[in-house]
Design a protein around this ligand. Structure first.
Ligand code: ANZ
Ligand code: ZN
Length: 818
């Protein structure tokens, strides 16, 4: 009996595959095959590959290998996102250079990827920390700068006290640093920004292209993050002040119900308008609010706080005097940092009004109880009341009408607002792309000329990299002091580095020609490959990386460098690999090591287990799956292929083979094809297991191993298994008498004649009881099935005239309600 030894298969095939170079994508018009660009989110080299990598790359590989088998010219590249903090922290600890740790880990991961048999085109490998890569970050930065899309500005920014660097809004999660979980504080600093807000509308509108291709929840997260809302700007006069103050509201229809006015305590406006006797109270309140994050401030749970500013605003439509307060639930950097408060129809305003005894005035009649009494605001639809010219109108009509009225008087207009803020991209750390700007006392911000790129990092290591609040680059005096490119006078380099999300915003374009030296990417080749047909990666990037990449693509489109506006047509978010119901962590001691699993069960069994555990979007609890059972199945499949190979030679016609087994094989082909294309790999694999069982039975108690149908089943199995268990499939293919590689022999096609199922049984129920069973064609029409059922001799006695209702689920069920 042939022995199945996965480690021996790995040792045998790995070097032979390297020679074959099966997965090289082909450039240029010589290759007539249709193209597919399949991409997995590139890894950060934090150590060896872990279980999460094992899952995502197994999923990406099935997808890529399927299109190879279908005869496509597939681009499936790999590289490393190799700038970033962990390398720097390791270098400080070890008194080394971050590159040492980084490139050692990259080598480890590359070897692990090869062993894991992922179908990469290795010739396209790139590392974002190579000067030949980050040179183009700098080039792109300068193009953005020239277009006014990169600018430096002062203001309150998020500061991580542990990592000692600023963070983008996207990197602050519930008030904490996305990376180290430290509580983020606000600091006043001058920093570089990308003007992503210029693209806010397009980032929302272009999502129409992604409907159906991206998970709905990711689209929702992006939409919420961008936070486009339509409403109106309304101007209020403040007593004792000439200039009016503008508020943003999504409900201008409720203007007659505004009973007070609120400004953000930390907005400059609060200081400007506060009455002298309330100045001290405001200062005390500001100090209290400074400790809170935006999330806490906006929480509806939190007890409302605030101070009266001792002044009044005038409602522009009815001249009413309303008190002005400062309260933390109004943010200084959204809208205009001030609101009109309508407690009857806004819950936070209502909570505040009830706490401080302010009036509640209903202006939209919704049919619900009075908010002033219940404490529950009524934000919904209704009819306008107590609102002068708006009375009797619906909400939508009233919004339109009030905008007209305000427009005529010059005190308001319709506007759109966004939650999205510009992307803060400078970082005060070493291991990143230096910002290619020179600060000259006379000329200001001067870009480094293109022919002087890249601005490479100075050689620094160990303690010199320790975080100190300013970039470590600032202490590299020789590097910092340069001549101004414009006036040749003494000037200084910018000492910050770029957010590493800049690196990952365009790497997928460079894969099309990684050695390219005339620009960040080869425009012609990107035209041929782009956009990406399928992207696979974690949902943790739902906002950050995916939003930034979409922004970059749109800018590059405007620059005429790409001919598409969305980079990733389809997106798959894999689930997490957890253990015993929890995320793996050192403190819980529930970590599982990918390398150890592979040593114990072999690559194929581990890949098989990852894919068989459930739909790819679901989490995998490693405690609930069995790589040992996967191993057992693969051994069975291997023996079927080996025995069929020993009993017959390739090339004989399958037509003479056993009809029953042939039908199973072709039904499997038909179903597995559809299941793979709809990304239901686990079900597809169950079908492969059934085919294995059918072939086994045919060998043992049917026509025997030499029957052509057994060979057909075994060859089909080898090709299908090549997607999930490449070593087993390759060895089986060789045993079947074929030359390698099974990876590109072509996906099998089902013969329609073998798919015909003669008949299926249809159950006919009357009032929930089974009264007859009919043999019908599997593709019978509903109407025909209904009349067959109603005509049945066994059914008619239970019907008294025409039935009240007939529910037909063709071809298997007819349910009659008499
Ligand atoms: C009056 C009103 C009445 C409001 C009503 C809502 C309901 P989105 O949809 O998120 O854009 N708002 C405006 N600026 C604010 C700020 N800086 N901080 C906190 N809240 C602010 O929300 C817009 C609504 O949030 C605006 O509409 C305003 O309250 C509030 F029945 O104005 B509304
Ligand atoms: Zn100068």
């Amino acid at each position: 009996e042939p022995v199945y030894d996965p480690q021996a298969l790995q040792a045998k095939w790995l070097p032979r595959w390297e020679e074959l170079d099966t997965f090289a994508a082909v450039e240029g018009p010589v290759d007539p095959r249709p193209r597919r660009y399949m991409l997995d989110m590139f890894p950060y080299p934090s150590g060896d590959l872990h279980m999460g990598h094992g899952e995502v790359f197994a999923i990406g590989d099935v997808l890529a290998r399927y299109w190879f088998q279908k005869g496509y010219n597939v681009l499936h590249p790999i590289g490393w996102d190799s700038f970033g903090l962990p390398a720097e922290n390791a270098a400080i600890r070890r008194n080394a250079h971050p590159a040492e740790w980084t490139y050692a880990n990259i080598d480890t991961q590359a070897n692990s990827f090869k062993r894991y048999a992922v179908s990469f085109d290795w010739s396209r490998r790139l590392h974002t920390s190579d000067p030949e890569y980050y040179r183009w970050n700098q080039w792109l930065f300068i193009r953005f700068f020239e277009r006014g899309l990169a600018y430096r500005n002062g203001g309150l920014v998020n500061w991580c006290p542990v990592d000692q660097t600023v963070l983008a809004n996207e990197q602050v999660v519930a008030g904490r640093c996305e990376r180290c979980d430290a509580e983020v504080v606000r600091r006043e600093l001058t920093q570089w920004y990308f003007k992503i807000t210029d693209y806010a509308d397009r980032l929302v509108d272009d999502m129409a292209q992604l409907e159906g291709g991206w998970p709905e929840r990711v689209l929702t997260m992006q939409r919420n993050w961008i936070g486009r809302s339509t409403g109106a700007d309304v101007q209020f006069q403040i007593e004792g002040r000439d200039e009016p103050v503008t508020v943003y509201t999504t409900r201008p229809d409720t203007l007659y119900g505004a009973t007070f006015f609120v400004v953000a305590p930390d907005a400059a406006l609060a200081e400007e308008i506060v009455a002298p006797e309330q100045r001290e109270a405001l200062a005390a309140y500001k100090a209290q609010v400074a400790k809170l994050s935006d999330i806490e401030r906006l929480s509806t749970e939190k007890e409302k706080t605030g101070v009266f500013l001792g002044i009044y605003a005038i409602n522009p439509v009815n001249g009413e005097r309303i008190p002005v307060w400062a309260a933390d639930y109004v943010l200084s950097d959204y809208g205009h940092g001030a609101i009109m408060a309508v407690p009857a129809h806004d819950q936070r305003d209502l909570d505040f009004a009830r706490k401080f005894g302010l009036p509640v005035k209903v202006v939209v009649h919704t049919g619900l109880a009075d908010p002033g009494e219940t404490g529950v605001a009524t934000p919904g639809e209704g009819t306008l009341v107590n609102s002068g010219p708006l009375d009797g109108l619906s909400k939508v009509e009233a919004i339109q009408k009030i905008i007209e009225i305000l427009g005529e008087r010059g005190t308001g207009r319709a506007t759109v607002n966004f939650r999205l803020r510009d992307w803060l991209l400078s970082r005060q750390r070493f291991w990143g792309t230096p910002i290619p700007i020179i600060h000259c006392p006379d000329c200001g911000e001067v870009p480094v000329p293109d022919d002087q790129l890249p601005v490479t990092l100075p050689d620094m290591r160990g303690e010199a990299l320790a975080p100190k609040g300013v970039s470590p680059l600032a202490s590299a005096e020789e590097w910092v002091n340069v001549a101004c490119p414009k006036c040749s006078g003494p000037a200084r380099r910018d000492t910050d580095t770029m957010d590493t999300f800049v690196d990952s915003s365009w790497y997928y374009l460079r894969y099309c020609a990684p050695g390219y030296t005339d620009g960040p990417f080869d425009v012609e080749r990107v035209r041929e490959w782009g956009p990406i047909d399928q992207y696979v990666g974690g949902v943790e990037h739902a906002v950050l990386h995916l939003l930034y990449s979409r922004f970059f693509t749109k800018v590059l489109y405007d620059m005429g460098m790409v001919d598409f506006t969305e980079p990733f047509l389809r997106l798959l978010n894999q689930g997490q690999v957890i253990n015993r119901g929890k995320a793996m962590s050192k403190s819980l001691g529930n970590g599982v090591d990918l390398g150890e699993q592979i040593d114990a069960y072999g690559v194929d069994a581990v890949r098989f287990t990852m894919l068989f555990a459930g739909p790819p979007e679901d989490d995998i609890d490693w405690a609930d799956v069995s790589p040992a059972a996967s191993h057992k199945f693969l051994a069975r499949a291997y023996r079927v292929m080996a025995e069929a190979g020993a009993a017959s030679a390739p090339g004989a016609g399958f037509a003479a083979g056993d009809q029953e087994l042939r039908k199973v094989t072709h039904r499997t082909i038909d179903e597995v094809t559809r299941l793979i294309e709809s990304q239901r790999y686990n079900v597809a694999m169950a079908r492969m297991m059934e085919l294995t069982t059918a072939a086994r039975r045919a060998i043992d108690s049917g026509p025997g191993a030499a029957d052509p149908a057994v060979r057909e089943a075994a060859e089909t199995l080898a090709v299908m298994l090549s997607l999930v268990a490449p070593y087993t499939a390759e060895e089986g293919w060789e045993r079947l008498g074929h030359a390698p590689s099974v990876a590109t022999v072509g996906w099998p096609v089902a013969e329609p004649a073998l798919l015909v199922q003669e008949s299926v049984t249809c159950v006919v129920q009357v009032a929930g009881k089974v009264r007859d069973r009919l043999d019908v064609a599997p593709d019978i029409a509903e109407a025909e099935l209904e009349s067959l059922a109603l005509a049945s001799d066994k059914v008619r006695p239970y019907l008294d005239g025409a039935p009240r209702k007939v529910i037909v689920r063709a071809p298997k069920l007819v349910n009659i309600v008499p």
